[in-house]
Design a protein around this ligand. Structure first.
Ligand SMILES: [Cu+2]
Length: 317
């Protein structure tokens, strides 16, 4: 929530290419506008003492005037072709598949949340999380984009351009961050009522820190430390387990985000709410209030049941 969605700063080589192109083209257009308006003003000033034309009379045509029009047309044609060429070269560079990625992720766009799977050669090391993508700095990360409901689009402006997520098609995006930081991402293809509340965060950390995070995420959820927590877990498995997975608890649903390490995330429901106890309780009590039409129905829970579930969820570091 604290990381703004900004496209005027680049923190990775692919975003840098795009930012260069975007600001370059804007600057050229601005210079073109200044020149055109300047010439217009000049001509008005120069001819301001000329007597007004009579009805039906045409302004005299001067050879110098015709020459200026020809020069202007030729110059703007050259500039426009140069701009098109620059755009195409940049697009080619972005479309080129980089040789080797140090990490491959599968990101699935759901209405209206993000599933993130960390692939690995060793199947035992694969794990799933949601809403946040951690990556090591200075490493090339391949992101396979998967859709299974409607079209979404994956955009992290400070790290890479947009790539659509299309059901039945395999698209890829590439992330690389030069500096550690939290970079906001957003779905940028209208996908239904809660499209605006479909944000995510890319958290770039130095490789050692990233490895620590990854090792913690691979672990199953901590076992309940006392009977009250165990009751919370049992209630969760019974009432929420059809949709949510918490590894090690017995809940293995796939219709909602994996909650195995819920407390390691900053926000709830794809950037909709800060991940704080009050908001967590509020979300569980009435998710439709905060994100109308989202795919989590309002559960029927008594106050104590809700408390028990929330207290247990808060142990999922
Ligand atoms: Cu969307």
């Amino acid at each position: 929530l604290s990381a703004p969605l900004t496209y005027t700063a680049a923190h990775g080589p692919r975003a840098a290419l795009l930012l260069e192109l975007g600001s370059g083209l804007t600057l050229i257009c601005f210079i073109g506008m200044v020149i055109a308006l300047g010439l217009l003003l000049l001509s008005v000033l120069r001819h301001r003492h000329r007597p007004a034309l009579r009805e039906g009379e045409l302004a005299p045509r001067s050879a110098a005037g015709v020459r200026w029009v020809a020069i202007g047309t030729a110059a703007s044609t050259v500039v426009l072709f140069a701009m098109a060429g620059w755009t195409m070269v940049t697009m080619r560079d972005l479309a080129r598949t980089p040789s080797a990625a140090s990490l491959t992720l599968e990101v699935t766009g759901h209405q209206w949340w993000w599933e993130v799977r960390y692939l690995d050669d060793d199947p035992a090391r694969i794990f799933t999380t949601a809403e946040e993508i951690h990556i090591p700095t200075d490493r090339l990360v391949r992101v396979r984009l998967i859709g299974n409901d409607v079209i979404h689009s994956f955009w992290v402006p400070q790290l890479a351009g947009k790539t659509d997520i299309i059901p039945g098609q395999r698209n890829e995006a590439w992330l690389q961050a030069d500096t550690p930081g939290t970079y906001r991402g957003q779905c940028t293809e209208y996908c239904g009522r809660q499209h605006a509340n479909m944000a995510f965060f890319v958290i770039a950390e130095d490789p050692a820190e990233f490895e620590g995070w990854r090792a913690r995420q691979r672990q199953p959820a901590a076992a309940p430390a006392d009977p009250a927590l165990a009751r919370g877990r049992d209630l969760f498995v019974a009432r929420c387990g059809t949709c949510h997975t918490v590894r090690g608890s017995g809940a293995g649903g796939i219709l909602g985000p994996d909650l195995s390490h819920l407390m390691s995330r900053r926000t709830l429901a794809a950037g909709t709410l800060p991940n704080q106890p009050g908001f967590l309780a509020g979300w569980i009590a009435d998710p439709q209030h905060f994100k109308p039409d989202n795919r989590m129905p309002r559960p029927r829970l008594t106050g104590p049941e809700l408390e028990a579930i929330r207290t247990w969820l808060q142990t999922l570091e």
